[in-house]
Design a protein around this ligand. Structure first.
Ligand code: SAH
Ligand code: DHB
Ligand code: MG
Length: 224
């Protein structure tokens, strides 16, 4: 199968034109990220809008993001953040963090967004030690081999009603290949096994197509 059908891009462009508010802050964030040579793997505009709407629907005042890149998804989450709310976003790469911080400043949201530099697994254990939770919404979008542990830490930082959203969990359908040697696929599959075995959560996954090809989003609701 081709990685991306032209029609998926056309439909994403149509949906973006129709539903996604124009905001110069996002265009500037993407332009600066590209100029700095960051990979263009941020969520698509309709997916960013989904993050905003989920945050608003939850009335989220505390949001945790794992994997900042240039802060594009963070800015969407910030749009959905309740007044007075805060986002903690975790990033390993200092260059990505620098671009993201500039984007937060320009958007006038630097006060609401705390970027923590370093390996997310270390920061997550520190957040638990600091009793930084519970978060109302968690967006998991960093390296995929660590997904099982990112899920477990996210649950630790949750309360009943927290929504955990995980990006890139279909990978062109490769997720069905149990024998895949790809650590990304094994990370997704081992996370899914943990989710399925965790009695405290209810979950589903949506397959998605669009400007980012064929992939998917997992939605995990913490019940208790
Ligand atoms: N959420 C962003 C995209 C994130 S891309 C958006 O949609 O706009 C994944 C990011 O995770 C990259 O910036 C990468 O540097 C970061 N990352 C990779 N491994 C990590 C780790 N171990 N800890 C924290 N961040 C990591
Ligand atoms: C890719 C896409 C993502 O959304 C991500 O977080 C990491 C990698 C990719 O297309 O390779
Ligand atoms: Mg992603």
């Amino acid at each position: 199968m081709s990685r991306r059908e032209p029609l998926w891009d056309q439909v994403d462009a149509y949906l973006t034109d129709t539903f996604v508010p124009r905001d110069d802050v996002f265009a500037a964030a993407l332009a600066d990220s590209a100029k700095a040579g960051l990979p263009t793997i941020q969520v698509s505009p309709p997916q960013g809008r989904l993050l905003e709407l989920l945050a608003r629907a939850l009335g989220a005042k505390r949001i945790l993001e794992i994997g900042t890149l240039g802060g594009y998804s963070t800015l969407w989450l910030a749009r959905g953040l309740a007044p007075g709310g805060r986002i903690v976003t975790l990033e390993l790469d200092p260059k990505h963090a620098e671009v993201a911080r500039r984007n937060f400043e320009r958007a006038g949201r630097a006060d609401a967004i705390e970027l923590r530099l370093g390996p997310a697994l270390e920061t997550l254990s520190r957040l638990v030690a600091e009793r930084a939770g519970p978060f109302d919404l968690v967006f998991v979008d960093a390296d995929k081999a660590n997904l099982p542990d990112y899920f477990s830490w996210s649950v630790k930082l949750s309360r009943p009603g927290t929504l955990i959203v995980v990006d890139n969990v279909i990978r062109e359908g490769d997720v069905v290949d149990a024998a895949s040697p790809d650590p990304v696929i094994q990370g997704v599959r081992r996370m899914n096994e943990r989710i399925a075995a965790e009695p405290r959560v209810s979950a589903t996954t949506l397959q998605t197509v669009g400007g980012k090809g064929y992939d998917g989003l997992a939605l995990v609701l913490v019940d208790r």
